[in-house]
Design a protein around this ligand. Structure first.
Ligand SMILES: [Zn+2]
Ligand SMILES: [Zn+2]
Length: 239
């Protein structure tokens, strides 16, 4: 047995022991057994057609593009999401982000894995939407990077967290309208190591998509750095 697999066996045994002594509790219903139980997972509402073929928002009929995308075409090839920002999802994401429940990134990342076959597009590299360094230090982790870890591991995709950075600290987007959101994140991102994105098809990953303003700002700098296409895939769609 190699040292690496021996170490992972030890880690597995350790986590089994921890689970025996401190069994995980569902963050939604407090049932003992899993951090997100099967009953709660079954309440999730999957994103379904008809959606806008560009921004992925729900549309009433199967028109190809929504009125926003007709007026102002996205710099991204497509935005897609695994589930609706509804039922257990808003509170579960809140716990993952603000209450240190980072272990939720695994079951939530699996929702993204399970829905990917429906929305997949050709990609070369996955990049999480970064937090500003100060915010990440305060939180201790970037929830989108954790989702990317599960997503890429399960689907054998390549990710890189040394390309896209948030260089301007922006106030949270909550409570702002679409136009204010765009202004708020303009110039917030920068690209390092642009040779790594040149000609590549990039997939941006974030936890929640509302108006897409953050994804647009991030896509613009990646395209300016020479990316061939930028698409986005989020855990949940809020609008
Ligand atoms: Zn539950
Ligand atoms: Zn649209």
């Amino acid at each position: 047995m190699s040292l690496l697999s021996w170490r992972s066996q030890v880690r597995n045994v350790k986590s089994h022991l921890v689970n025996l002594v401190f069994p995980p509790v569902c963050v939604c219903c407090r049932k003992v057994g899993a951090i997100l139980c099967q009953d709660c997972l079954e309440q999730v509402k999957w994103m379904e057609e008809p959606i806008c073929q560009s921004c992925g928002c729900t549309v009433l009929n199967s028109s190809r593009l929504c009125s926003n995308c007709l007026k102002r075409p996205l710099p991204l090839n497509q935005i897609r999401a695994a589930v609706l920002f509804d039922t257990i999802i808003p509170d579960t994401i809140h716990q993952m982000k603000y209450r240190n429940a980072f272990a939720l990134a695994e079951p939530l990342g699996m929702l993204m894995v399970n829905a990917w076959s429906k929305w997949q597009t050709h990609i070369d590299m996955v990049i999480p939407v970064p937090l500003h360094a100060q915010r990440q230090k305060k939180r201790g982790y970037n929830q989108s990077a954790l989702l990317v870890n599960t997503f890429c591991q399960e689907l054998s995709l390549v990710s890189n967290q040394q390309i896209l950075f948030r260089t301007r600290k922006t106030p949270p987007q909550v409570g702002l309208n679409a136009k204010e959101r765009r202004t708020n994140v303009t110039g917030a991102f920068s690209v390092q190591n642009p040779h790594l994105v040149k000609g590549g098809n990039i997939l941006l990953v974030d936890d929640v998509c509302t108006t897409g303003a953050t994804l647009m700002a991030a896509a613009e700098v990646l395209l300016a750095a020479g990316a061939n296409t930028v698409s986005a895939y989020c855990l949940a769609r809020a609008m």
